[in-house]
Design a binder for this molecule. Structure first.
Ligand code: RRO
Length: 310
């Protein structure tokens, strides 16, 4: 018997796969599809305090090797997702879900997290420090001074399990500096990586999405080596009680296997879920199990983080 069960903090999940924030998680209808699939959990679309329409269309475009998006944080507002999560706690008390959120200002982020703290929500919160697509708003986690100050303020009042969604880093010194900051805090997890920010896809002579003259976050096959590097760089550097969610370039069970080898405890699927629908969870889970059987691994802990070097 091969199992893809996993743990993050004190939470157990029947399967290590779930959606990546932004895909199949905008409203109850989409989230129910993830609940009713083989996924082990879901994460909501990143919520802001108020409902947002997001950027003008077209704002998402599939390519052969992945996708580009500049959605601009469209969401139904904090209360919508919190209400649904609280309802699920009653109807599915054994399952745990992730609530993604971020404010449009630091003040708004504190407002949201204080409300989560005061609420009955008993799942995991994922603070999105890496949205690349809101004009005029930088990806917060590229500014480590701001990130450290924000986390220091948050952990004064926030006592529930909290993780952060990170942008990809591209320099060894940045891995060192970022890990040194994250290790100062009682984070339950980090999630590597968000889309590679501000790429450009061109069709004939024209960009393929409207916002920001075509600039947008890149996902899919393009990003797997970057995602694996981020998962492993942080696995090597973080306190072992900070778990890692691996996101980026997961098309097959083999891709998920590589994320887990690099240290991921849970694996999120974005672009592939958007292209293939929730049936992707069963296919990729089965592919991972076949690979585990071939290699004689019974649980993901048998090989998690055990990447070999030359
Ligand atoms: O909504 C978006 O444009 C978006 C977000 Br919040 C994010 O975190 N990552 C992304 O690729 N798009």
């Amino acid at each position: 018997m091969v199992s893809t069960k996993t743990k993050i903090g004190n939470y157990e999940f029947e399967n290590c796969f779930m959606n990546a924030a932004g895909v199949c998680c905008y409203d109850r209808e989409e989230l129910e599809k993830v609940i009713n699939s083989d996924a082990g959990s879901f994460v909501t679309k990143t919520a802001t305090l108020n409902i947002r329409e997001g950027n003008p269309l077209p704002r998402y475009y599939d390519t052969d090797l992945g996708c580009i998006n500049s959605m601009g944080l469209p969401n139904l507002g904090f209360e919508y997702y919190l209400d649904y999560l609280l309802e699920l706690q009653k109807t599915m008390p054994k399952r745990a879900f992730f609530f993604s959120l971020v404010g449009l200002s630091q003040e708004e982020t504190h407002t949201l997290l204080k409300r989560v703290q005061e609420s009955d929500f008993n799942g995991l919160t994922e603070l999105n420090l890496s949205c690349p697509n809101v004009p005029g708003k930088p990806q917060i986690a590229y500014d480590l001074e701001t990130t450290e100050k924000l986390l220091a303020e948050i952990f004064v009042y926030f006592k529930k399990p909290l993780g952060i969604k990170l942008p990809p880093y591209f320099d060894m010194v940045h891995f060192d500096q970022a890990a040194a900051v994250f290790n100062k805090f009682p984070l339950t997890f980090i999630n590597c990586v968000n889309s590679i920010g501000n790429g450009l896809v061109i069709n004939d002579e024209t960009v393929v999405i409207k916002p920001k003259n075509g600039f947008g976050g890149i996902g899919g096959e393009y990003v797997k080596p970057t995602a694996l590097a981020n998962v492993h760089a942080f696995y090597q550097r973080l306190n072992s009680n900070i778990k890692i969610i691996g996101t980026g370039g997961v098309l097959t069970g083999r891709d998920a296997f590589e994320h887990i080898l690099c240290g991921a405890s849970m694996v999120q699927i974005g672009t592939t879920l958007h292209k293939e629908g929730p049936g992707a969870f069963r296919r990729i889970t089965e592919e991972l199990k076949v690979l585990m059987r071939e290699k004689g691994y019974k649980t993901i802990e048998d090989f998690r983080g055990k990447l070999k070097y030359l």
